[in-house]
Structure formats: C-alpha cells, structure tokens
Design a binder for this molecule. Structure first.
Ligand SMILES: NC(=O)c1ccc[n+]([C@@H]2O[C@H](COP(=O)([O-])OP(=O)(O)OC[C@H]3O[C@@H](n4cnc5c(N)ncnc54)[C@H](O)[C@@H]3O)[C@@H](O)[C@H]2O)c1
Ligand SMILES: O=C(O)C1=N[C@H](C(=O)O)CCC1
Length: 233
C-alpha cells in the first residue's frame, strides 16, 4: 500500500516505522509548509498533524479521491463538515480519537460499566487524563470519547474541565513529562470506589491501529469507525 503521512512528528515517524515493517511504502511526508502534494501517488493518507491543520489536510485528500485515516485531535467542531465532504466526493474516512486496540476495548468496557452504574445513584463519576507536556489540546480526544460513552449510557448530560455539577462529568487534564497517554475513570460513593484505567506504555499501539485501519479501508467508500475495523459492535 502506498501511504502518505500528513504530519511527520512523533506519530508520523512511529507510523512510518510500523507501516514499513508491515510491507507498505511511504510515498509522501506532508508537514508544515508543504507544496505540490502528489495525491495521485497515494493509496491512503494518514493524518496525525495539528488541530489547526487537520481539516484542510483531510478535505484536500477527499477532493482528490484519497481515503483518509485521521488521528489528530482537537478539530472536531469541523467533523460533520468533513463527513459531508467525504460523502460528496465518494471518498472514505475514519477518525478515531485513539487508534490503540487496547483503548478501543477500554471504550467498550467504559460503556458497559456506565450502563451498570446508571442504576446506582450513590456513585459520582470523574475522569482523569495525563499526557506529555507538548500536547496542544485538553481534554484529550480520548477523554472526550470516554465522556460521550458515559453520557450515552447514564443520566450525565455533559463533560467539563475541572467542573462540578449534578449531571456534569468532571475531567482533570494533567500534563507531565513524556507520558504517552493515561486515562482513568472513577465512580465514587461514601463507602467505596470503582476505577478503570488504561495506560499506554509508548506510541506503538496508536500507530499500529492507524496502519490496520489504513489496510482495512482500501476499496471502501464511506465514513467508518474503529468499531467497524475491529468488528466490536
Ligand atoms: N488518535 C490517536 O490514536 C492519537 C495518538 C497520538 C496522538 N494523536 C494526535 O495526533 C496529533 C499529532 O500528534 P504527535 O504526537 O505526532 O504531534 P507532533 O507535534 O509530534 O507532530 C505534529 C506534526 O504536524 C506537523 N504539522 C503542522 N502543521 C502541519 C500541516 N499544515 N500539515 C501537515 N503537518 C503539519 C508539525 O510540524 C509536526 O511535525 C495530535 O493531535 C495528537 O493529539 C492521536
Ligand atoms: O499524544 C497525544 O497527543 C495523544 N492524543 C490522543 C488524544 O488526544 O486522546 C490519543 C492519546 C495520545
């Protein structure tokens, strides 16, 4: 498969390594200030760039019929517009706030736990995410997906950073050293606590999931999720 990397930072470099090990070719590395992008050379684009640049990168690919795997977080106010442009151009698209297989299992566990906890009104939920100090967005995209998993299965209606309120999920975002990504969810009552936690030890899991998604999307048209890729429904 001929892969173009949009964003050649920490994740772009890790994806290059994993993709080459799986027998794929990197045909373009599109980073800040790139000109004359050769879309015809690409079977798929993988975007791990910045919140400010992801939308333009993605929609440029759709306009040239290139399928896109996007892991960039912090641009989702434009997600619906990207979906419309994907469909209008009969292209293909997967966005995931987290491509790691472990986190996608954790998303399912979170939804299942939330469903059970929705019957127990003595417990209050809270979430904490910890990432490296270079991270541009807060809360993390993964934390937002986890919060949506709770909202869809309980009486909670929204999330907020450092908030308190009856139906609001409080999220604490910490930025420390080189931490690749840690997410924990806690349900607390006066008598006990239940906590679930995912800890990424490095970036390999994110990169592998993105390459697997790129392999899966070949020949498809439409908008998909990691649930489709991993057959988790
Ligand atoms: N979904 C996931 O599984 C997952 C995992 C890790 C990181 N991320 C997200 O991926 C993104 C990138 O993470 P990172 O750790 O590689 O960051 P990074 O800062 O190391 O790399 C980002 C790269 O994007 C480049 N860039 C800036 N403007 C650009 C443009 N117009 N076009 C193309 N590239 C441009 C930067 O120069 C940089 O090289 C972040 O949004 C992060 O939150 C998602
Ligand atoms: O390093 C990052 O930045 C990460 N971003 C994603 C997020 O915002 O959830 C996934 C974890 C790593």
């Amino acid at each position: 498969m001929r892969i173009a990397l949009f964003g050649y930072g920490k994740m772009g470099k890790m994806i290059e390594e994993i993709a080459q090990k799986r027998g794929h070719e990197i045909v373009a590395k599109v980073d800040v200030g790139a000109e004359d992008i050769d879309y015809a050379s690409m079977d798929v684009a993988i975007d791990f760039s910045t919140p400010d640049s992801a939308f333009e990168n993605i929609t440029g690919c759709f306009e040239h019929g290139v399928p896109v795997i996007c892991g960039t977080t912090g641009w989702l106010d434009q997600y619906n517009e990207a979906v419309d442009l994907c469909n209008a151009n009969k292209s293909a698209f997967i966005y995931a706030s987290n491509f790691s297989l472990g986190v996608n299992i954790f998303f399912e566990l979170n939804a299942h736990l939330a469903k059970m906890m929705s019957k127990l009104n003595k417990y209050k939920v809270s979430m904490e995410e910890i990432h490296h100090t270079q991270k541009l967005d807060a809360p993390s995209g993964t934390a937002i997906t986890l919060a949506e998993g709770i909202i869809n299965n309980t009486a909670y209606t929204s999330w907020q950073l450092e908030a308190s309120g009856e139906k609001i999920i409080p999220i604490t975002s910490k930025r420390e050293g080189m931490v690749p990504g840690t997410h924990s969810i806690c349900y607390e009552s006066s008598v006990d606590s239940i906590e679930i936690k995912h800890t990424a030890h490095n970036r390999e899991g994110f990169a592998l999931g993105a390459v697997i998604a790129a392999e899966w999307i070949q020949g498809k048209t439409g908008v998909f999720s990691m649930k489709d890729v991993l057959n988790l429904s």
